[in-house]
Structure formats: structure tokens, C-alpha cells
Design a protein around this ligand. Structure first.
Ligand code: 5RP
Length: 224
């Protein structure tokens, strides 16, 4: 089974999972990335089963609209029933690293607004300890060097994602070799650095459910 086939399989499993819960007035939050794209494509066949979506990026909004699925501004909905998105890593506590695609800030906002967060991954994303994947940090452009130095003090090696501008007009530093012993504490600490917009740790609001594709089928991990 190829990685693409695994992505499609887990996306289909997520659609089946959410269809059990969706009502005609439900709002679905939709993530960003190649696995989320597979979810969008699988969701399209069921667009009459829910009211609308909220997208975590411009790219996702465009793909949803391309399928004829309505996309609403988060400010115009009372809340989101379920959010489906991929991740770059997940640990046994369902803490995540996200932001490989650079959409971390809007993804974190949509996750925070959602009653349920279903994370869809293939088995390459499963880790015991987060941090092998470089941790994305979105920063205000004028704070790039300042934040780079702060991240280096914490033991990481920040690398500027050259040529990339987020949907919010900011920059990304990808932090290599960061020791992530306490993901919640590090998420809080990074959030408090002036100039940081958001960091790719999703631990304070991790996933409620991870669906992980393997060649043997889709495995389910629930938050305890
Ligand atoms: C984008 C993300 C993605 O969910 C993450 O990078 C995983 O992407 P993919 O499904 O393409 O592996 O956080 O900001």
C-alpha cells in the first residue's frame, strides 16, 4: 500500500466517522495538507449532509469551493462541530506537531473553536516523543532574528523557511533538534515570546481522536 493510498483510506475513515454525527445544520472544520486534501475529496460526495465548512487556510477554502462546498468565515458561525486535519507527528497522549504546510495559526484557531478534533495520519507520523519533525513557529517578520535567538537559547536550531509567507502575512521558523519533554509547557512558553504568533505544538488542545492508516487498516487512538 502506498502512502497516498494510506492517506485516502484514513480520509475515507474520517468521513465515515463524522457522518455518524453530522446534522443538516452542522459545521465542519477542515484542515490543510495532503491528507486533509484527501478528506476534502472524500467529503464532497456528502456535501448535502451538513451546512457548511470553516477552512484552516486559503488553499483549503479554494479546494472546498472547487467541490461546491460552502466555506464560511469563523466569525459567522457559533462554533464548529468537528474538525478534521492531518499532523506531522503525534505522540501517545495525542499531542501533535503541526504546521509542516505553514497553516498552523489558523489550524489552531479552528481546533480551539471545535467540539471534536479528529486527526488523520498515516503510520509514519506516530512517535513516542515529539520533536524529530522540526517544530514550525510563525513569527511577525520584524521579530524573526529576536525569536531565532530565543529558540537557540532553548536548545533548538531555527531555520528560516525561505520564500514562504503564511496566509496571515508572517514568516515561519522551523526549529530542529528541539527537546520536547513537556509539550504543554513548551507550547505555553513559546506563545509568550513577543513576536511569536503561534507555534506548531498542539498539546494544550490536542486531538480527541487520531485515525492512523496502516497497510493492515485504520487504527484508532482516543484521548484519555
Ligand atoms: C499543515 C499541517 C498538516 O496537517 C501537516 O503538515 C500534515 O500534512 P500532510 O497531511 O500533507 O502530511 O499541519 O500546516
Amino acid at each position: 500500500m502506498t502512502q497516498d493510498e494510506m492517506k485516502r483510506a484514513v480520509a475515507q475513515a474520517a468521513v465515515e466517522h463524522i457522518l455518524k454525527k453530522l446534522e443538516r445544520d452542522s459545521i465542519v472544520g477542515v484542515g490543510t495538507g495532503s491528507t486533509a486534501n484527501c478528506f476534502i475529496d472524500a467529503l464532497a460526495a456528502h456535501r448535502d449532509r451538513f451546512a457548511a465548512t470553516v477552512a484552516s487556510s486559503e488553499a483549503t477554502a479554494e479546494r472546498l469551493r472547487g467541490h461546491g462546498i460552502e466555506v464560511l468565515d469563523l466569525n459567522s458561525v457559533g462554533g464548529i462541530d468537528v474538525y478534521v486535519d492531518g499532523a506531522d507527528e503525534f505522540d501517545p497522549h495525542l499531542n501533535l506537531i503541526k504546521g509542516g504546510g505553514g497553516a498552523l495559526t489558523r489550524e489552531k484557531i479552528v481546533a480551539a473553536a471545535s467540539r471534536e478534533f479528529v486527526c488523520i495520519v498515516d503510520q509514519s507520523k506516530q512517535v513516542d516523543l515529539l520533536g524529530n519533525f522540526p517544530l514550525p513557529v510563525e513569527v511577525i517578520p520584524m521579530a524573526r532574528s529576536l525569536i531565532g535567538r530565543e529558540l537557540a537559547k532553548l536548545g533548538g536550531q531555527p531555520v528560516y523557511r525561505e520564500g514562504f509567507v503564511t496566509d496571515n502575512g508572517n514568516l515561519i521558523l522551523d526549529v530542529h533538534d528541539m527537546e520536547i519533554v513537556d509539550p504543554k509547557a513548551l507550547e505555553r512558553h513559546l506563545n509568550n515570546l513577543p513576536g511569536v504568533v503561534c507555534n506548531g505544538l498542539f498539546a494544550l488542545r490536542g486531538a480527541d481522536l487520531v485515525l492512523m492508516s496502516t497497510p493492515e487498516g485504520v487504527k484508532t487512538f482516543k484521548a484519555s
